[in-house]
Design a protein around this ligand. Structure first.
Ligand code: ADP
Ligand code: MG
Length: 418
């Protein structure tokens, strides 16, 4: 019975990376890192070896080879070597007659893992490869132990022929399949969040197309007036001037829209927050007009600069403003106001609306993945935005009341130009 307990405990250790991944990466827009693999593999290694199963004192069996394989696949050779070193040192410290066989088995299973590594990554039949690795590890473990301690192995044949292979098979299958599932789910989510940007921009594009039609109609009207009365030079000049203004404004909006819908660049730079706010307001105005919402901007007189990725920053502003406009869609005298000011060394950006507001429960869930109260919402806009703001060293606070409105305050550490 105690042997069964020991084996079950080993299976439990194989779940640790999966559990830690879920805790640590739950709200993050990132997938696992080498550092994460190193830390979780090391923790697993210490636990699995400390509580190893054994029938004779000094000869220990656990899932250490499985963990080294896991570290190799997800962390690469340097991580696997570190975990391997940790395992060898700890085994040496634990001591007993099985110590040198254990070292031999570690070296042999690592060599086999290295041979499988590339084939495993390239293969579509990962489960098959996983089980094959489990079989090879068990065979090496048993074969080498038998070579050095033949009588010990034949005395405990049932244990060696059954318990150790089961421990390795189930251990490797649990560890690799559960972890690969959460890693691929995360990759899917990140891709989904990127598509959310396309979705947002297509909503904005629909209202933009609507907005571009107005100046076109105006210009068409002026051209007709000029055609009907070409002699009146003063009037003609005035119509041409108004038409040019309309065309220029439309062109500016379209240029900004195109810049915004481009794929993100990966660079941080010093950005003028006020300038970015003006650009985003221009792009979002048609969307606001379509929903009968006034979009007002009060910016600070002083130059406010922050260090951030301008593309990501604009996308964040679009997300907050779009939400605010959508919240006001069914409200009369709807108004969204954007204001920017400095407080100590921070740039404070306030996005306030008099829309439907939120209750306590909704406020608590803001920014968590897939939280949306809209029938066609994705619940990814704020998850993405919160993530970007945190990576720039900023923070978000919110106050909201149902049927009254919502106020988001985004705080960024300001950077002064050198
Ligand atoms: P989506 O807009 O696709 O629903 P978001 O992540 O942008 O996803 O927003 C999540 C949810 O937060 C929204 O569905 C809405 O319930 C709430 N929310 C965000 N901003 C506001 C706001 N200004 N007023 C009221 N509710 C808001
Ligand atoms: Mg949204």
């Amino acid at each position: 019975m105690s042997l069964l307990k020991e084996v079950i405990l080993q299976m439990f250790f194989a779940l640790i990376p999966f559990v830690l991944f879920h805790i640590y990466y739950l709200d993050r827009m990132r997938n696992y890192s080498r550092c994460f693999i190193l830390v979780t593999s090391s923790v697993c290694m210490l636990l699995t070896m400390t509580f190893a199963s054994s029938v004779v004192e000094g000869i220990l069996f656990d899932i250490r080879h499985v963990i080294v394989f896991f570290a190799l696949i997800y962390g690469g050779v340097p991580v696997a070597l570190t975990v391997l070193g940790e395992s060898a040192l700890y085994r040496y410290y634990l001591g007993g007659e099985g110590t040198w066989v254990a070292m031999l088995v570690l070296a042999a299973t690592f060599a086999v893992s290295l041979l499988i590594d590339r084939r495993y990554k390239a293969s579509y039949r990962k489960t098959l490869f996983t089980l094959l690795t489990g079989a090879l590890i068990s065979l090496i473990d048993l074969g080498l132990t038998y070579l050095i301690f033949p009588t010990y192995v034949s005395d405990h044949l049932a244990y060696h022929a059954f318990v150790i292979p089961v421990q390795n098979f189930v251990g490797i299958w649990l560890l690799m399949s559960l972890f690969s599932k959460c890693v691929s789910d995360k990759a899917l989510f990140i891709r989904h969040a990127q598509n959310e940007k396309i979705e947002t921009m297509s909503h904005v594009a629909a209202s933009l197309a609507h907005e571009v039609r107005n100046p076109l109609t105006a210009v068409k009207g002026f051209l007709r007036l000029i055609q009907e009365n070409p002699e009146n030079v003063a009037k003609t000049n005035q119509y041409i001037r108004i038409s040019m203004d309309e065309i220029q404004r439309t062109e500016a909006i379209l240029t900004e829209y195109l810049a915004l819908s481009k794929p993100l660049k990966e660079r941080n730079e010093l950005i003028d927050v006020c300038e970015q706010l003006h650009i985003v307001r221009e792009v979002m105005l048609p969307f606001a007009n379509m929903h009968n919402v006034e979009l007002e901007l009060q910016a600070s007189e002083k130059l406010v600069t922050i260090m951030a990725n301008p593309d990501e920053f604009k996308q964040v502003l679009v997300n907050f403003i779009k939400n605010a406009i959508e919240a006001c869609a069914d409200v009369s005298n709807a108004k969204v106001s954007l204001s920017l000011f400095m407080e100590k060394n921070n740039a404070l950006l306030v996005i306030k609306d008099n829309g439907i507001g939120m209750d306590e429960g909704q406020i608590k869930r803001l920014g968590t993945i897939y939280f949306s109260t809209k029938s066609s919402g994705t619940g990814l806009g704020l998850t993405y935005s919160y993530h970007v703001i945190h990576t720039f060293g900023g923070s978000v606070s919110v106050s909201s009341k149902p049927k009254v409105g919502t106020k988001f305050t985004i705080t960024f550490p300001s950077h002064q130009p050198q």
